[in-house]
Design a binder for this molecule. Structure first.
Ligand code: PAF
Length: 284
């Protein structure tokens, strides 16, 4: 059975032993309830490192007061089986009280990149993400850490944080993994009932049309946004949080689809907020 440890000291001890043997270490930070998307990150980490640590921690500081921290799905047994089958070496599964000691008061906050897109409706989210990810980097001291492109803003924010704070590791971004009908894999898909699950395919359908327009030469970002918005608005169970086209290098809004662009959307399907995106690089 894969080794599951709960304390910072246990992780440090294990990593120290690996380092003594000259082994490289990869980290896959997760909030658990692992699916094929997480598995693809673990697979990549196993391919590129001698040992892989998967952290499973539903991080309270990245959830707003009315968000789903309490109800976020959890299944440690299934997570352990997936990690073991994928070839991970260790699971770090701390309690909130192990990560945030009594009187905890230090946070990592970013002035740029975190205010738009998901940051608009989730104002404390990226402060919580940057804080917990910094802590995980300090605890595990990995050579490389793996993040999915599905959370594109998170990936950009973490790359920027690593640069700003001189963390000595490489961030590896991994492609979005989708269900057969195109819905991006997400732990939150389990919140959807049967009708909502069908309706949720509208995110990828809309993005696919948007991407087709960009690839066939549409340079006007407003027109691409309109194509995406129109398709989503036709789905009665969907309510748009945002449809944005931004520069993939700094997440600032753009008028043109030239250069490196991230087209990102957040859509409520019933009460469940889903995100998805596509990135197109180097168009001119
Ligand atoms: O992407 C996630 O699951 C979380 O935001 C992360 C990176 C594990 C931090 O809690």
């Amino acid at each position: 059975m894969i080794n599951i440890v709960n304390t910072v000291e246990q992780v440090r001890e294990q990593v120290k032993a690996w380092r003594k043997e000259g082994l490289t270490v990869g980290l896959v930070p997760t909030m658990g309830f692992l699916h094929e998307g997480h598995k693809s990150l673990i697979d990549k980490a196993v391919e590129e490192n001698d040992r892989v640590v998967v952290s499973v921690f539903v991080n309270p500081t990245q959830f707003g007061p009315n968000e789903d921290f309490e109800s976020y799905p959890r299944d440690m047994e299934k997570d352990a089986a997936l990690c073991e089958a994928a070839g991970a070496s260790l699971i770090f599964h701390p309690e909130p009280s192990d990560m945030y000691l009594d009187g905890y008061s230090t946070f990592v906050d970013m002035d740029t990149l975190t205010k738009g897109l998901c940051g608009k409706t989730r104002p404390i989210h990226f402060r919580g993400v940057c804080t917990v990810v910094s802590k995980l980097f300090n605890i595990v001291c990995p050579d490389k850490a793996y993040f999915g492109q599905k959370d594109a803003q998170q990936l950009a924010v973490i790359k920027h944080m690593v640069r700003d704070l001189n963390f000595g590791l490489e961030i590896v971004g991994c492609p979005i993994i989708r269900e057969d009908d195109g819905l991006a894999k997400s732990s939150r898909n389990t919140y959807l009932n049967a009708d909502e699950r069908k309706a949720a395919t509208v995110l990828n359908k809309a993005l696919t049309k948007g991407k087709e327009a960009v690839m066939s030469g549409e340079k006007d970002a407003a027109k691409v946004k309109a194509i995406i918005t129109d398709i989503i608005e036709k789905e009665p169970l969907a309510k748009i949080d945002y449809v944005e086209i931004v520069d993939w290098n700094n997440l600032e809004a753009v008028d043109s689809t030239e250069g490196d662009i991230l087209t990102a959307i957040a859509v409520y399907i019933g009460k469940t907020r889903l995100i998805d995106n596509f990135i197109v690089e180097g168009r001119n």
